[in-house]
Ligand binder design. Structure first.
Ligand code: AMP
Length: 206
């Protein structure tokens, strides 16, 4: 089963993804974690994306798509993937469909963590104090929220139309959010889906 954990920055996607990894044996693919690892390792990629990440903007689609494809190849025998922070744009979502289809897979569910933006700012201020992530400072965080609303949120109606979208209240405790996700996934196992190719039809591409 392949799941997208969807929601604005600091909605709790990473926490829930890690739980699903330990409880269900899925592989978490977080493009944010991969980019931060590249920066810590001082790779050429890490140096290239540093300023963009620190400004709260999105790095190019090509970069994150390549990271995801490498990981899909690395974990060929995974029980399933949890995409965390990817896709964040329409081209990324199209690329994900295409690359999964090549591997005889598809997106099975998109779990949206619904959160309140003011509460997020509080969460992130705390994380900034604890972890010192430059892009968590309040000014940059507002830019990240803007990027989410402008470039990522438009994916929601698309996945809703494909009957992939499941809405979960992300403002509860970690345990209550986990419980909602678990029941949503169990329901989804037998649920209706649209085949890949949907984006191609929607955007008139062949
Ligand atoms: P995150 O930890 O997922 O919020 O990601 C931190 C930063 O990494 C984002 O603000 C972007 O600059 C970059 N990033 C992570 N994932 C993506 C993505 N799928 N597309 C573009 N940029 C990304």
């Amino acid at each position: 089963m392949n799941i997208i954990l969807f929601g604005p920055p600091a909605a709790g996607k990473g926490t829930q993804a890690k739980r699903l990894v330990s409880e269900r044996g899925f592989v978490q693919l977080s493009t944010g974690d991969m980019l931060r690892a590249a920066r810590s390792a001082g790779t050429e990629l890490g140096q290239r994306v540093a300023a963009i990440m620190d400004s709260g903007q999105l790095v190019s689609d090509a970069i994150v798509i390549e990271l995801i494809e490498d990981q899909l190849d690395t974990h060929k025998d995974a029980a399933g993937f949890i995409f965390d922070g990817f896709p964040r744009t329409v081209p990324q979502a199209e690329a994900l469909d295409a690359t999964l289809a090549k591997r005889d897979m598809e997106v099975d569910a998109v779990i949206r963590l619904r959160v309140d933006e003011d509460a997020l700012l509080e969460r992130v201020t705390k994380r900034y104090e604890e972890q010192g992530r430059e892009d968590d400072n309040p000014e940059t965080f507002k830019k990240r929220i803007e990027a989410y609303n402008a470039q990522t949120a438009p994916l929601l109606p698309i996945y809703a139309e494909r009957k992939k979208l499941v809405e979960v209240d992300g403002m509860g405790t970690i345990e209550s959010v986990a419980g909602e996700i678990d029941s949503a996934l169990d329901r989804k196992k037998g649920g209706a889906t649209e085949k890949p190719g949907f984006f191609a039809r929607l955007f008139g591409k062949s």
